[in-house]
Write a protein that binds this ligand. Structure first.
Ligand code: UDP
Length: 319
């Protein structure tokens, strides 16, 4: 008989979190979705509302959790995704970002310890900073400015990783850390300021596509369904206990080429404009080395950039 697991997803009304909640419900789990809706959105979880196994609580995980909310349930799995994640959002909510990744992570680790639950931290490729190693392997320590404009995100995620590993070492808590590389797809916020949501909304409203800097900087984009299946496999896998694993799609592209690809796929006549580089410390290149994920969980992203962009364009057109 299949054992029904009880999961907490923090940040469950966010972009990746909402897809994760949906996939867990489809896998016959019951899901507590915790989100303070700072950057998450109820629209993302609207389709889940009527599922008996789904409960949403508007909760700030930096505050102590009222455990009455989870009633008599024993929590089996905690996916900790809560945090602003796009550069304009974590700049806007810099202190909240620092706190959710430090205090919020501590609270969720304590809850995992009490429940003897497995804990997965959603970390980020930003822990590598502006990398001097390319592609980035999990063993690379990164090149991060600890007081720079991105530090509220980079450094708090690095702290969250350190804290998670100490709970693993000192308390034998079963933990996994995933470093999520750029991910895109439906449920991204149209105004979150990320490159793919910006370019698509600009293209379909015939506004100029805003390339920051030369456009020669690179990123590697993973479609959200591939990311979510990777997160679940890392959580469920046995070999991943205590491991730090990159997840992403190693298909690397220059930002200027991405702009042109989105123009082609939308059939838009928008122009491309080059603006000043956006943020100090904007990484010049980023591409995950996913050989560890391939080895541990047979991770293999399946959705090509063109296919994923077509789905995402259709989503934005429907908004
Ligand atoms: N970018 C851009 N135009 C935009 C938004 C972003 O050229 O309208 C660039 C940004 O400067 C960065 C890359 O696209 O080099 C990816 O930015 P994003 O905010 O999506 O995420 P990041 O990988 O920097 O966290």
């Amino acid at each position: 008989m299949k054992i029904r697991k009880t999961c907490i997803v923090t940040g469950g009304a966010g972009f990746i979190g909402s897809h994760l909640c949906q996939a867990l419900l489809a896998n016959d789990c019951s899901v507590y979705c915790l989100d303070n809706l700072l950057t998450g959105n109820l629209n993302n979880i609207k389709s889940l509302e009527n599922d008996q196994s789904f409960r949403f609580y508007k909760i700030d995980v930096t505050k102590p959790l009222d455990e009455k909310l989870i009633k008599d349930d024993k929590i089996d799995l905690i996916y900790h995704l809560a945090s602003p994640a796009s550069p304009p959002q974590y700049r806007r909510f810099a202190i909240e970002t620092l706190l959710v990744n430090s205090v919020g992570t501590y609270n969720m680790l304590q809850l995992a310890k009490k429940n003897k639950a497995r804990f997965l931290l959603a970390s980020t490729s930003e822990v590598y900073g502006d990398p001097k190693e390319h592609p980035q392997k999990e063993t690379y320590f990164g090149n991060v400015n600890p007081v720079g404009i991105r530090a509220c995100y980079d450094e708090s995620k690095r702290f969250a990783e350190a804290l998670t590993m100490e709970f693993n070492r000192k308390n034998k808590l079963a933990v996994r850390i995933v470093r999520i590389f750029n991910t895109y797809g439906p449920n991204m916020q149209a105004d979150d300021g990320r490159v793919i949501s910006n370019f698509i909304t600009q293209a379909i409203s015939y506004k100029p596509l805003t390339v920051y800097g030369s456009g020669r900087q690179t990123r590697s984009f993973c479609y959200v369904s591939d990311m979510v299946s990777g997160l679940i496999k890392v959580m469920e896998g046995e070999k991943t206990n205590g491991q730090i694993v990159n997840l992403g799609n190693p298909d690397e592209i220059k930002i200027i080429d991405l702009a042109n690809l989105i123009l082609k796929l939308t059939g838009s006549s928008s122009k491309v404009v080059k603006l000043n580089k956006r943020l100090q410390d904007d990484p010049e290149k980023r591409k995950p080395d996913i050989s560890l994920a391939e080895k541990l969980i047979a991770f293999n992203p399946e959705v090509s950039l063109t296919e994923g962009l077509k789905n995402t364009i259709a989503y934005f057109r429907n908004l």
